[in-house]
Design a protein around this ligand. Structure first.
Ligand code: EPZ
Length: 438
């Protein structure tokens, strides 16, 4: 089959796979942040929604899309498949009518590990899919056994060889009763997408309940899917309905919102995170209050007023939603470095998500890792140093610590941070931070 392939460029000039660890940000700390910090559309919502567009006929208009390198990587995959794609003023239009299946090149897959989210949509649309196994990343092994087991239950034949995943379902996908051993976000999303195209009914037990799951389901329902229970542990999809392009506005990014609240907290500042949804942060806001901040829910967002010095928070454990989110573990870790007293944080979701601790220690923090927990003994102050970002959320944690540190900090490998925080320097600068990208 002649396949139309459009030129593929690096998401934003840098290449992943042979990920060029680029970017450098310099911060002179010690200034309380004041004013407004805007939050844009949720990265972890728009990525599966872009994959879902492959299942639709006609054009979809997806609004409130953040300009992030991970979004660029997903758009590159859609273009490679032959979809019509435009992206301007935070609005993406996707028309998948001309899309054709076929192997996704390794280089494209390696631009973003969560490209595995295309698997369910490609299987559902084309009856086959070939892409690279995402492999691990900075925070853990990131297995996809739950994704593959579920798709096999739905009739897919899946072979893994030489780092590639080859899937086919010559007789189409069929609905199934699926019970997840862990409420995996990605597995729930891949099942949702495949189940929309499957003949019959699919039930997911122990489904992930994140707001991003609800947002993906909202997009699919607008496109014509029959889905009930999204956002709860049990989701029912009656598949086989034709899906047509629709208009959808992506929910705000709750992790960016929590990260910017942390920026106000650690600098003793007073900021309003505009666009943040308090209902998505029900187990996060109380932590900032326990640390001594005043947190007010406003119609336009969330306001945080922090004391000069935070109070340690005894024990926090990351959990699947609605528990405390693993993606805010590193930012919170940074916040508590200068709190009065000792805080303990236990990361229960990813096995290697403490890589920011070494760099925080270089900035003067007193943190030890004890039986799987980060034990953070608050110090009076941090001091600037040269550090390197190791991953997305850990990298943001270093920016937070640098904002509070005395003197100058250089954070390298900030391409990690740009995957999830749009215009991070401009956003923080507008609230008074002395920060610049070099
Ligand atoms: C999504 O990753 C998010 N990424 C992550 O955000 C987030 O941390 C995570 O959900 C948890 O909330 C996107 O949405 C693009 P999981 P995902 O499947 O889907 C194990 C960020 O910083 N697991 O819920 O990969 C896995 O090892 C990123 O924005 C299996 O064992 O997360 C982990 O321990 C980081 N087998 C746990 O489940 C599987 O088949 C949670 O993974 C799948 C997962």
């Amino acid at each position: 089959m002649q396949q139309s392939r459009q030129a593929v460029s690096g998401a934003d000039g840098h290449r992943k796979g042979c990920f060029v660890l680029s970017g450098k940000i310099v911060i002179v700390g010690g200034r309380p942040l004041r004013g407004e910090l805007p939050v844009y559309g949720a990265k972890n919502s728009v990525l599966p929604i872009l994959a879902a567009a492959v299942l639709t006929s006609g054009a979809s208009v997806i609004k409130n899309c953040p300009a992030l390198s991970d979004v660029g990587a997903s758009l590159n995959i859609l273009k490679y498949l032959g979809c019509g794609v435009t992206f301007a003023d935070r609005t993406v239009t996707v028309n998948a009518d001309a899309a054709c299946g076929g192997p996704i090149p390794d280089g494209l897959m390696r631009e973003m590990r969560s490209s595995i989210i295309f698997l369910g949509a490609l299987l559902g649309r084309f009856g086959s899919a070939e892409l690279s196994a995402p492999g691990g990343c900075e925070i853990g092994l990131r297995p996809i056994d739950l994704h593959l087991d579920a798709l096999r239950e739905m009739g897919a034949r899946i072979e893994e060889s030489h780092g590639r995943i080859l899937c086919s379902c010559p007789r189409g996908l069929r609905g199934a009763e699926l019970s997840l051993s862990f409420p995996s976000v990605g597995a729930t999303e891949n099942i949702l997408l495949a189940a929309c195209a499957a003949e019959g009914t699919t039930r997911i037990y122990n489904a992930a309940k994140e707001p991003e799951i609800e947002d993906l389901a909202a997009f699919l329902i607008k496109a014509g899917a029959d889905i009930t229970g999204a956002g709860s542990a049990e989701i029912v999809i009656r598949g086989g309905k034709p899906l047509t392009g629709c208009e959808h506005t992506v929910i705000p990014d709750r992790i960016a919102a929590g990260s910017y609240l942390a920026a106000g907290a650690i600098t003793g500042g007073s900021v309003t995170v505009v666009g943040a949804e308090a209902k998505h942060l029900r187990t996060v806001l109380p932590i900032f209050r326990a640390a001594g901040c005043e947190v007010t829910e406003l119609a336009r967002g969330i306001r945080i007023e922090a004391p000069e010095r935070l109070t340690a928070v005894k024990y926090i454990r990351t959990m699947p939603y609605p528990g405390f989110p693993t993606d805010l573990q590193a930012p919170l870790c940074a916040c508590l470095c200068t709190a009065k007293g000792t805080s303990i944080i236990r990361e229960t979701i990813f096995e290697n998500r403490y890589k920011h601790i070494a760099a925080l220690t270089r900035l003067g923090a007193d943190i030890s890792l004890e039986s799987g927990c980060a034990v953070i003994r608050g110090v009076d102050s941090l001091t600037g140093a040269d550090v390197e970002a190791e991953d997305l959320r850990g990298g943001f944690a270093l920016l937070l610590a640098a904002l509070a540190a005395e003197g100058r900090t250089t954070v390298r490998h900030t391409a990690h941070i740009e995957r999830g925080y749009e215009n991070v320097c401009a956003v923080l600068q507008a609230a008074g931070a002395q920060i610049a990208k070099e």
